[in-house]
Design a protein around this ligand. Structure first.
Ligand SMILES: Cc1cc2nc3c(=O)[nH]c(=O)nc-3n(C[C@H](O)[C@H](O)[C@H](O)COP(=O)(O)O)c2cc1C
Length: 200
């Protein structure tokens, strides 16, 4: 089995998905990835809007130099793990804006057969956790990429809310619990293993 290159691409306004992405990056290394990149998509909201939310303002200030996702990260990776909060059941415009720059990669077939898996968060258990991952996976299907959802392939899924579309968190401003970390680790291990099989 080949060792895949893994890109973890996330958007976060207040840190939850940043934490999921960090755990995913660590898990990808443990699972045998050849190389791992963890990148945040560009913040596009006006500073005036950010300043109105103390948590968002603090997060942006603390992470302004975090490496930014580029199209090359998508082309480079064998497996891509996305982590994104919900926005009314949809993707945040920041991640959508990044996706809206992928036309060239898509039309030249460079996103076909990538292995992709998604994680998400919402403030409420029924606030759009599945819907957001379905929104993500719609784009991924148009790319011709291969979705690796966790399903119910491990007991950790049941202890992390039981979302078979991808690990999801009911975000309350605190660091997600150890149950979520374990679900992330399983999802990433499965994704890296599948990517290795497709690559070989
Ligand atoms: C404009 C906006 C819309 C949101 N819509 C929802 C929603 O429909 N349901 C929900 O449960 N949470 C909603 N949220 C809460 C976010 O999903 C939550 O803050 C996020 O998951 C935290 O992730 P982060 O810390 O990585 O930014 C919304 C937040 C914003 C700013």
């Amino acid at each position: 089995m080949s060792q895949p290159k893994v890109a973890v691409i996330f958007y976060s306004a207040t840190g939850t998905n940043h934490q999921l992405a960090q755990w995913a990056g660590e898990a990808a290394k443990v699972a045998g990835a050849a190389e791992v990149r963890i990148k945040k998509v560009q913040e596009t909201a006006p500073q005036q809007a950010i300043d109105q939310n103390e948590d968002w303002k603090k997060y942006v200030a603390e992470n302004k130099d975090f490496p930014k996702a580029e199209l090359d990260d998508l082309e480079w990776a064998d497996a891509i793990i996305f982590s994104t909060p919900t926005r009314y059941g949809n993707l945040p415009s920041q991640l959508q804006a990044f996706f809206d720059t992928t036309g060239g990669l898509w039309s030249s077939g460079k996103l076909a057969n990538k292995i992709v898996s998604g994680m998400t968060s919402a403030a409420n258990p029924h606030g759009g956790q599945e819907a957001t991952l379905l929104s993500l996976y719609k784009t991924v299907m148009h790319w011709g990429s291969i979705i690796i959802a966790p399903g119910y392939t491990d007991p950790s899924l049941f202890e992390a809310g039981g979302n078979p579309y991808g690990t999801s968190v009911t975000a309350d401003g605190n660091t997600p619990g150890d149950n979520i970390k374990k679900a992330v680790e399983h999802q990433v291990k499965r994704t890296v293993e599948m990517a290795g099989k497709f690559k070989s």
